[in-house]
Design a protein around this ligand. Structure first.
Ligand SMILES: *Cc1c(COP(=O)(O)O)cnc(C)c1O
Length: 421
């Protein structure tokens, strides 16, 4: 039987066991409704796969927005966490701890920089980068008090704080959350000339995602980031790369900037830096920029805590071998080859690099959400964005067979939807 569009939804819904339904109802009753989850209740995970409360397995092709790059329950990372749990987890930075030094040393080395500002969430890394850039502007560049501006790109996603949403152009992220923080200028993404034209003597930084994740895995022209690097260097402006989602192996390189040979002044890191275990984020740069911060000017109770540092160090050690980056390159090529073959068969376009794909579904076929519900029914977890786009970003530990299987599930879902039209 060929399911029609409603059947595809019913099919997915049919997998909601009574136990799952009760948990969904409980969460919906008492957790704020700031998300609209797909109807699957995950109970455990191993590698690229998760298991729901009814024992059904799903290939996780979201990987917590790339926070789980190294797989669920990664044994090396769990081991580092368990060892540290048994020693000490939180000291605050009022004192030194024996994990932070090794972590920041290794992370700085991985990034080719000499200083790390440890924080917790991605949004905090972005906020910290903004504060550092402003302080640098006033103290080093000589911008007059309170006049600093930062150039950002249309379609950006940098997090959810009031300052960060001040320069978002996603209305649902902003509506009713004003007044907004001034000091940001938005230019089209991928247009270096527009970016240069927006820079003036008060510009302290350009803040960009090297590949825009939430926008739908938007890869800029190859010349863009090198041009931004040249312009910012020439005009005395910091280049801040938000690699919170694009960094740490996802694209087949340590940083997405590496793909085009660009070294920004500051890297913003998060998500995978915590190994899927604890929130760990960081601003990474050189002393001439990060060194503007003095004691008392910025901080975080949890930033740089020994548990986070132990896990973060284990993550950096995984990346230092280059194995994950190579795996993402090889499996990514296979994923993209498979997905490209679906163009014209329900897929309009595929973007991305490495194990990171944004797939525009023919909107006349079904909204992205319906495609994701049908994929869920087939045992594949994916997330829609901006209506008709779905993204695939499985953990880098995913197998070749799993990659092929994921593409095949999408092919079958699209064929079912087309047959039901
Ligand atoms: C997820 C994300 C953030 C925010 O990270 P949180 O940990 O959710 O605060 C910032 N920038 C980019 C590019 C992201 O993908």
């Amino acid at each position: 039987m060929t399911p029609n569009l409603t059947d595809a939804k019913t099919e997915a819904a049919a997998f909601v066991s009574p136990a799952a339904a009760a948990l969904i109802a409980e969460e919906s009753a008492h957790a704020a409704h700031n998300y609209h989850p797909l109807e699957v209740v995950v109970a455990s995970g191993d590698g690229a796969w998760v298991t729901d409360v009814a024992g059904r397995r799903y290939l996780d092709c979201l990987a917590a927005y790339s926070a789980v790059n190294f797989g669920h329950s990664n044994p090396v990372l769990l081991d580092a966490a368990r060892t540290q749990l048994g020693r000490i987890t939180l000291t605050s930075r009022a004192f030194y701890n024996d994990q932070l030094g090794p972590f920041v040393t290794a992370l700085a080395k991985l990034a080719g920089k000499d200083m790390v500002l440890p924080m917790n969430t991605g949004a905090e890394a972005v906020e910290s980068g903004i504060k550092v850039a402003r302080a640098w502007g006033y103290r080093v560049k000589g911008v007059a008090p309170d006049l600093a501006n930062i150039i950002v790109a249309a379609g950006n996603f940098h997090g959810r704080t009031t300052t960060i949403i001040s320069f978002s152009d996603d209305e649902s992220a902003r509506a009713d959350f004003g007044p907004f923080t001034p000091g940001f200028r938005t230019v089209p993404y991928g247009d270096a000339a527009a970016l240069e034209a927006a820079i003036d003597e008060n510009t302290v930084a350009v803040l960009l995602e090297p590949i825009q994740g939430e926008a739908g895995i938007v890869v800029p022209p190859a010349s863009y980031l090198p041009a931004v690097r040249e312009i910012t260097k020439r005009l005395g402006v910091l280049f801040i790369a938000d690699e919170i989602q694009s960094g740490l192996g996802r694209t087949g390189s340590t940083f997405a900037c590496d793909l085009v040979g660009v070294v920004p002044d500051l890297y913003l890191l998060g998500k995978a830096l915590g190994g899927g275990i604890v929130p760990v984020s960081a601003v990474v740069g050189n002393t001439d920029v990060l060194g503007v911060l003095h004691p008392g000017e910025h901080g975080s109770t949890f930033g740089g805590n020994p548990l986070a540092a132990a896990v973060g160090l284990a993550v950096v050690n995984l990346l230092a071998t280059g194995d994950y980056q190579q795996r993402a390159t090889e499996l990514g090529a296979r994923l993209h080859a498979g997905l490209s073959a679906l163009i014209g068969h329900g897929v309009i376009a595929v973007r991305g690099v490495g194990l990171w794909a944004g797939i525009d579904i023919d909107p006349s076929l079904a909204p992205g959400r319906v495609v994701c519900e049908a994929l869920l029914g087939r045992g594949l977890l994916a997330k829609d964005t901006h209506g008709s786009t779905i993204r695939l970003a499985p953990p880098i530990v995913v197998s070749v067979e799993d990659v092929d299987w994921a593409v095949e599930q999408l092919r079958l879902v699209l064929a079912d939807l087309a047959a039901a039209k």
